[in-house]
Design a binder for this molecule. Structure first.
Ligand code: NAP
Length: 318
């Protein structure tokens, strides 16, 4: 018997706060974020995705200002944030830090900026090669015991990495957020290419989707809109496969009576891995264009799914 799907759209707040430098955000940045949050809420989106590093903390800070201006909002949504990536510290460009104290400090910083007492889910943003799972576990257990985080997840992690970490954790990993889309297809390609030369070209770690399915780790897809390459964004360097795929997306959108974004996301959600797309557009119209994604996923035929897949990869599957 098929299990009930739990996938839902998640709103990604990485676009909030203006520039990536630490200069203050403007009132216009705030209005942009307010309009996007309103559009997302109107669509029924209840999960908002953050990270401590987005726009040097300004994405969280702007969201905190929105929450402070609406006393009822916090109780009706789930807030997810991430820690582990450090930018421009200690003479380094980008590095990772999942030391115990770093995790504790970063989460407290996020709570301050968001102006909330807890976040619903904390994700470890990327695997830190120097992390010691026992100490990560201590940090997460402390934060959970203090009521500062309710559940935990990871991002950009392979199945074996999750399994290794989980052995040390008291709390279950409930989410893995990965880049998955009609454009970033290696998560499909790697499975198809098993035992074939083509498989070598894809470095998506086999077993990652399967680990999630076996252990109740929900999948979230970042970059899910493929940054608009199949739904109207002018990239300037679109190749033949992107042009053919965009045309096919437009045709299907016409047939289904939905926006192209709903087709792009519907393709992702049609996959049985139960993927929740994280949408990062700040444009209210584009947010509304995602409304019918789940409905498309429920109807998209095998032929349509494979037609889009073959078009995007530029050739049939082997
Ligand atoms: N875990 C991680 O490592 C990780 C990494 C990156 C992102 N994320 C999360 O995932 C969320 C989504 O990721 P993402 O923003 O990279 O991917 P996305 O949702 O695929 O793309 C959103 C971006 O594409 C632009 N876009 C989309 N459709 C367009 C169109 N038709 N024409 C022009 N521009 C278009 C948007 O601009 P407009 O705003 O102008 O619409 C926005 O800049 C982020 O907000 C963040 O929460 C996580």
């Amino acid at each position: 018997m098929a299990t009930a799907r739990t996938q839902e759209l998640v709103y990604g707040c990485m676009g909030f706060g203006g520039s990536w430098d630490p200069s203050p955000y403007s009132r216009e940045d705030l209005r942009t974020a307010q309009r996007a949050v309103t559009a997302a809420l109107d669509l029924g989106i209840r999960v908002f995705d953050h990270a401590d590093i987005y726009r040097s903390g300004k994405a969280e800070a702007i969201f905190g200002e929105i929450l402070a201006g609406d006393q009822t909002l916090r109780a009706s949504i789930q807030i997810q944030t991430k820690c582990g990536i450090r930018v421009g510290e200690s003479g380094l460009g980008v590095h990772y830090n999942l030391d115990k104290q770093a995790i504790l400090d970063r989460v407290r910083g996020s709570l301050d900026r968001l102006q909330v007492e807890w976040v619903d889910t904390l994700l470890l943003h990327r695997p830190d090669p120097l992390m010691e799972p026992e100490l990560v576990a201590e940090a997460l257990t402390e934060l959970h015991a203090e009521g500062l985080i309710r559940q935990i997840g990871v991002s950009n992690m392979a199945g074996v990495q999750m399994a290794t970490l989980q052995r040390h954790l008291e709390l279950p990993i409930v989410v893995n957020q990965l880049e998955l889309s009609l454009r970033k297809r290696d998560w499909v390609e790697a499975g198809i290419g098993v035992n074939g030369d083509q498989g070598i070209a894809y470095d998506f770690p086999l077993g990652t989707l399967e680990y999630g399915a076996a252990h109740g780790v929900a999948l979230q897809a970042w970059g899910s809109l493929a940054r608009g390459v199949y739904s109207g964004a002018r990239t300037g360097d679109a190749g033949p496969a992107e042009r053919v795929t965009s045309a096919m997306v437009a045709t299907l959108a016409g047939q289904y009576g939905v926006a192209p974004e709903a087709i792009v996301l519907g393709w992702l959600m049609r996959h049985p891995a139960d993927i929740s797309p994280v949408i990062g557009t700040t444009n209210p119209e584009r947010i509304r264009a995602c409304a019918d994604a789940a409905a498309v996923a429920a109807q998209l035929t095998r032929v349509e799914w494979y037609s889009l897949f073959s078009a995007a990869r530029g050739q049939d599957v082997p």
